[in-house]
Write a protein that binds this ligand. Structure first.
Ligand code: WQD
Length: 341
């Protein structure tokens, strides 16, 4: 079966994608610099699938290391590129760290892929590229707006770089998957989201509050023009998101793609407000959540949820899990990691 490189493969979405690739029989090699992940995830993946992925601890910012990696693994038939920094707030404080870590690394990987016999590339993009879209649900041809953060800008620039490569190299095939909000964890609760320090994202903050690690959740604003005043997002189970990467890769491997650069929105198609998420979490966990309404957070868009017709009808992928399912899996994961800590 084809050998696939997963960069950032020990991270949250990367590790779930490695599991789904192995479930489909792919041989996986992971590159990770362990800046936002730990090597024990390798054993956790192995305990789920029974297959230990190849792993090379390597920082993609080191161009010579990237070159020797591709010389050694010239039989790679696909690359799924997750490796990047992804904290919106941090990117505002330290933009150059984000341009170096998210753009330089992408360029080095793409440069080495030009020498591969078959170059199939799946890029981890984000609905952030749309900013505050004018029309809901958001389609792939919604205008890409000026990014609200350097992080979002690196996703926009990344997509443009890949398109430029596809324009000059018809043997290079790229798909950008624009994620909405990934949440939850694999059913076995052996892998999941492991935010370092205080969680920036809603769901890990909820589960850490429920388990007693955090005192209280702050809901960032309840005066938005939505049904209950809180922001709306499209929360997708991380396993559904992982499966979308496998389907996208298979599309390229069997040459079903209709052009050598395609983009797909990967979401559930359903919008949920912050208060909807809290209600759902309390229902599935049986925990009363301690929260308060606080000021708005700078940079938040009012609402963002996906039009999933293109992913459903062209890519042939559809999310399976509900918000309740995803939150129940997040809670099970939180309980499991705390039990073992
Ligand atoms: C969701 C909602 C907050 C925390 C970001 C990135 C996106 C992706 C996912 C990387 C918002 C509210 C949050 C809290 C809250 N990142 N909230 N209290 O901002 O939609 O997306 O993370 O791939 O690219 O942009 O996700 O989970 O931070 O926030 O009220 O303590 O929850 O205001 O409305 P976001 P989020």
């Amino acid at each position: 079966m084809a050998k696939i490189l997963v960069t950032g493969g020990l991270g949250f979405i990367g590790s779930h994608t490695v599991v789904e690739l192995q479930n489909e029989g792919f041989e996986v090699v992971i590159i990770d610099n362990l800046s936002n992940s730990s090597e024990d995830v390798l054993d956790r993946i192995t305990s789920i699938t029974g297959i230990k992925p190849l792993f090379e601890k390597l920082d993609l910012k080191e161009k010579s290391k990237v070159q020797s990696f591709f010389e050694k693994h010239s039989d790679i038939q696909g690359v799924i590129h997750f490796a990047a920094s992804k904290a919106v707030g941090e990117s505002v404080e330290n933009p150059l760290l984000y341009y170096e870590n998210n753009i330089n690394t992408l360029v080095y990987v793409l440069q080495e892929m030009q020498q591969l016999e078959t170059a199939n590339f799946i890029f981890s993009s984000s609905c952030t590229v749309y900013g505050q879209a004018d029309v809901m649900p958001i389609t792939e041809d919604a205008p890409v707006k000026k990014a609200e953060s350097p992080y979002g800008n690196t996703k926009q620039i990344g997509e443009e770089i890949i398109q430029d490569v596809c324009n000059i190299n018809s043997d290079f095939n790229g798909i950008a998957l624009r994620y909405f909000n990934p949440i939850g964890a694999h059913e076995g609760a052996k892998i999941g989201e492991l935010p370092i320090g205080v969680p920036q994202n809603l769901v890990p903050f909820i589960t850490q509050t429920a388990i007693g690690l955090r005192e209280q959740l702050s809901v960032f604003g309840d005066d938005y023009p939505t049904h209950d005043g809180t922001c709306i997002r499209d929360y997708i189970h991380v396993v559904d998101l992982a499966k979308a990467h496998v389907v996208a890769l298979q599309r390229l491997l069997v040459k079903k793609n209709t052009s050598n650069y395609e983009t797909f929105n990967i979401g559930t198609g359903k919008g949920s407000s912050v208060l909807d998420v809290i209600k759902s979490f309390q229902k599935v966990s049986g925990q009363k959540l301690n929260y308060k309404i606080a000021d708005r957070r700078a940079g938040d868009v009012i609402e963002a949820y996906a039009n999933t017709e293109k992913a459903n009808n062209i890519l042939g992928w559809k999310s399976q899990s509900s918000l309740d399912d995803a939150l129940a899996s997040a809670w099970k994961w939180e309980q499991n990691i705390r039990k073992n800590s």
